[in-house]
Ligand binder design. Structure first.
Ligand code: NAD
Length: 450
């Protein structure tokens, strides 16, 4: 599958040692030096936008160029620029109360940060992780996904063109290389990927007591209240679900709809998708599933649901035949009330399939969400303050967007991370700076009386 050769495991340790030696050999990078390192990443995104978009298209087969530009270039670019703008403020020591003397917290670089990324938005994950780790003054080693070989090879080449190996290095390869990478004695490890793999990563890191930030996935529920602007809500959920063909960690996974509104949800969803995607099969704006394995996985959910008698509603306005030449594209499909025992209601879907779960009372919705592992994201559409407060206080997810989807994850001022099975720790903005820094407690005792 991989079009790039794996980095040998001896290289991983050699580079780590080289980076650590370089880190210890001099004073921590100043604010200006960190900004200059960030500028080099900015230059890469500005100067190689087209190559990045093309590499992603090659990896996915079909991928919306607009989405690639937005998510893999413009979004991390905005992150890097904002990081630069706020860095001096973040680096400032914080005065704290002390009974005697002077107390403060001083943020210090940790040393060498390892970053392992997933395939679904590879440019975004590499460059936003890099922004936080460099801002905090660290050296960085990155292991991107083997599922996007063109993009990973390009990122490796670009990084090499502007950073010395002891500043930032890219290690390429698959799961085995990932295992070796995660068992290194980094000063911090940021892992983005599946919950099942996150458990292995945490175990591997434990041997060296490496602190870990786990950015995992899960089933992110969406609730449409009886008080929602219904058409607006349905449009946002469906379009949000179809971005990157549902292959986003914060994609709405399944949606709770008042039972009397399920038919209306289906009708609005059909109209919305027909408007955005009059055709799908050759439409470059409609993204393919990353590979045959994930395509088969999604088809398996549909087959099982069909056999169980679940109604499947295809959102295929031009009634195109997807049996041939669809290059791993999957017809956006709604599933009416699939049972919890079906695989589609057990796994994170990560594709353009949307189960609709009818409900009577919001308390029932909260109970059903709480019966599952804590999700990465949760979406609530509605205008009832008491209901909104109930959802916010009685459910626990990594983050929430109200009357929208996905957006909290791209709001740099907010920490981004999961809770429970959807992850631990957070990054983005100042939260990333702090994750990749050591908050050193310093007390200067009061001077002794002469
Ligand atoms: P994955 O866990 O299979 O792979 C992620 C990375 O881990 C890859 O670089 C891979 O080579 C490496 N890897 C694989 N096995 C490993 C092991 N045993 N030890 C160490 N490293 C190993 O995930 P994926 O399929 O690439 O991505 C999809 C998952 O990632 C979904 O669950 C999605 O929700 C999640 N995700 C989360 C976020 C987030 O920020 N929370 C963002 C994107 C994707």
């Amino acid at each position: 599958m991989s079009a790039i050769e794996s980095s040998p495991s001896t290289d991983i340790r050699t580079i780590l040692e080289k980076q650590r030696a370089a880190f210890l050999a001099r004073e921590p990078y100043s604010c200006d030096e960190r900004c200059e390192l960030l500028d080099r990443a900015i230059g890469l995104l500005v100067n190689h936008e087209q190559e990045i978009v093309e590499a992603l298209t090659a990896d996915f087969g079909h991928r919306s160029p607009g989405f690639s530009k937005g998510s893999e270039v413009l979004s991390p670019l905005a992150t890097l620029k904002q990081t630069k703008a706020e860095l001096a403020e973040w680096m400032r020591p914080e005065q704290r109360q002390a009974r005697v003397g002077e107390a403060w917290v001083q943020y210090q670089p940790l040393g060498v940060v390892g970053i392992v990324t997933a395939w679904n938005v590879p440019g975004y994950m590499v460059f936003s992780g890099l922004a936080g780790a460099l801002a905090a003054g660290n050296r960085v080693m990155i292991k991107p996904s083997e599922f996007t070989p063109h993009t990973s090879a390009l990122i490796a080449r670009l990084i090499r063109s502007v950073y010395d190996e002891d500043e930032v290095a890219v290690i390429v390869g698959g799961a085995e290389v990932g295992q070796t990478f995660c068992s290194q004695p980094f000063d911090h490890l940021l892992f983005t990927g599946a919950t099942s793999i996150g458990k292995h990563v945490l175990r591997a890191a434990a041997d060296n007591l490496v602190p870990v930030t786990l950015e995992l996935g899960g089933k992110s529920p969406t609730i449409i209240s009886r008080t929602a602007d219904f058409k607006d809500a349905v449009a946002k959920v469906v379009i949000g679900k179809l971005l990157n063909a549902g292959q986003l960690c914060v994609a709405p996974d399944y949606v709770f709809v008042p039972q009397e509104s399920v038919d209306a949800f289906i009708a609005v969803a059909k109209a919305v998708v027909a408007g955005f995607f009059p055709t799908l099969k050759d439409n470059p704006e409609y993204t393919s599933i990353i590979n045959a394995r994930h395509y088969e996985r999604l088809q398996g959910y549909l087959s099982e649901a069909r056999e169980a008698g679940v109604e499947l509603i295809e959102l295929n306005a031009a009634a195109e035949d997807f049996n041939e030449g669809a290059r791993n594209k999957i017809v956006p499909t709604l599933l009416r009330n699939p049972g919890d025992e079906l695989q589609i209601m057990q796994d994170e879907i990560f594709g353009p399939l949307l189960p609709i779960i009818p409900y009577d009372a919001i308390s029932e919705v909260v109970a059903r969400i709480n019966a599952r592992p804590r999700p990465l994201a949760l979406y609530y559409f509605g205008h009832d303050a008491a209901e909104e407060a109930l959802v916010l206080t009685r459910t626990c997810s990594g983050g929430v967007t109200l009357n929208g989807v996905l957006s909290h994850a791209s709001t740099e001022g907010l920490p981004f991370g999961g809770v429970g099975q959807s992850g631990m720790g957070a990054y983005h903005g100042i939260d990333g700076f702090r994750t990749f820094s050591h908050a050193k407690a310093v007390l200067r005792t009061a001077a002794n009386p002469a």
